[in-house]
Write a protein of this length. Structure first.
Length: 367
């Protein structure tokens, strides 16, 4: 019988190198996938991982896009990592991302065409509150009725997507858009716009917020009592219970934090790169951020590096689609492989595989 047994002495080297091994395995099996599709695997891997940064032909456009794509991934993953450390599994960050964008967009569009300095700060607050309130639904249901936050938060993603579609063709549709779905372009509304701070770099307020979030949450996790309680619940739940840690507060805090960061990420994306609310606004950042959180080992600094790596697969994947006609679905499978191999390597680092015969078979042999 095949069994997984916990390792008594886990290798620190393997724990650190597991993400690197997962990336290498993704390259190997991703290359095999591209080969089976009739594409040159070496050229495809080069386009995804090398050309966006180093190619003189593509890097001028691609490098700024790395920051643009990484910012929402890092912000969302930072929030998710706190819950994951405490075994609180918020899988619905995509819905919170959407609701944050809708809440902030509603504020900006309601005040259009007013020109005032306070509009953008109000939209930031609206984005945070939109994500927090949406995340409070699974939090309250878990506290009151002990529901599974995985299922509730995931189902709320589909509800948020329906509200997004309704907003695009209904209450937020551009009255001057000739009947086409989509809101006004907020990137052209100066009081609500989130432009590049340095031209040609892709750096906007969302990118700055992501880097500041890494610094603040690293300090919080290391030195604040709530950060210690979060780690304690994840590592030793019984000890946390004996120590008097309030699990209900931790659930509210972790889901609220992840919802707020996902919501403000949606706000920055709406007012910057996306520009307007439409049916295709959500591009899967909330789900990809789960990969980023685990790839970064639930550590804020690791998440920063993992976010840059995943943004590279987005930008490089677009290049591969354009240059080699690789379907977008194949790029999504490639990204999914990264999570699969990461979880697989983590499993083998934590557990060892043993083959044991059942007690009945051993008794029968002895007879």
């Amino acid at each position: 019988m095949l069994r997984f047994e916990p390792r008594k002495n886990r290798s620190k080297f393997l724990e650190i190198s597991a993400p690197i091994i997962a990336v290498i395995m993704t390259m190997i099996f991703g290359g095999l996938l591209f080969y089976l599709m009739g594409k040159n695997p070496f050229e495809a891997i080069k386009l995804i991982f090398w050309d966006p940064v180093m190619s003189p032909t593509f890097s001028e456009y691609s490098r700024p896009q790395l920051a643009v794509k990484a910012a929402p991934l890092i912000l969302i993953a930072l929030g998710l990592s706190f819950g994951f450390r405490a075994n609180i599994w918020n899988i619905g960050a995509e819905g919170q991302y959407i609701m944050g964008a809708l809440a902030s967009g509603s504020i900006g569009l309601a005040l259009y065409p007013l020109q005032a300095w306070y509009i953008f700060p109000l939209m930031i607050i609206g984005g945070i509150l939109g994500g927090v309130l949406w995340a409070m639904i699974p939090a309250i249901l878990k506290i009151k009725f002990n529901t599974n936050e995985i299922l509730v938060s995931l189902m709320l993603v589909y509800v948020a997507e329906q509200i997004l579609a309704l907003a695009s063709v209904g209450f937020l549709r551009n009255p001057e858009g000739l009947g086409f779905p989509g809101s006004r372009d907020l990137s052209k509304y100066s009081s609500a716009a989130n432009p590049e701070l340095i031209s040609g770099t892709g750096i906007h307020l969302g990118v700055i917020s992501a880097f500041l979030g890494v610094i603040i949450l690293t300090y919080f996790l290391s030195y604040h009592r709530t950060g210690f309680h979060i780690k304690l619940i994840g590592q030793a739940p019984r000890a946390a219970n004996f120590a008097g840690v309030d699990l209900r507060y931790i659930i509210i805090f972790c889901l609220g934090l992840s919802g707020g960061l996902a919501g403000v990420a949606g706000m920055f994306e709406l007012t910057g790169p996306a520009g307007l609310i439409n049916i295709d606004f959500n591009v899967g950042y909330g789900f990809t951020a789960i990969i980023v959180a685990f790839l970064g080992r639930l550590n804020p600094v690791g998440i920063l590096l993992a976010g840059l790596l995943m943004s590279l697969t987005y930008v490089g994947g677009e290049l591969a689609q354009f240059m080699m006609n690789i379907p977008a679905a194949a790029i999504q499978v490639f990204q999914g492989m990264l999570l699969f191999f990461l979880l697989s390597t983590d499993l083998l680092v934590t557990y060892k595989i043993s083959f044991k015969t059942s007690i009945r078979k051993e008794t029968a042999k002895s007879r």
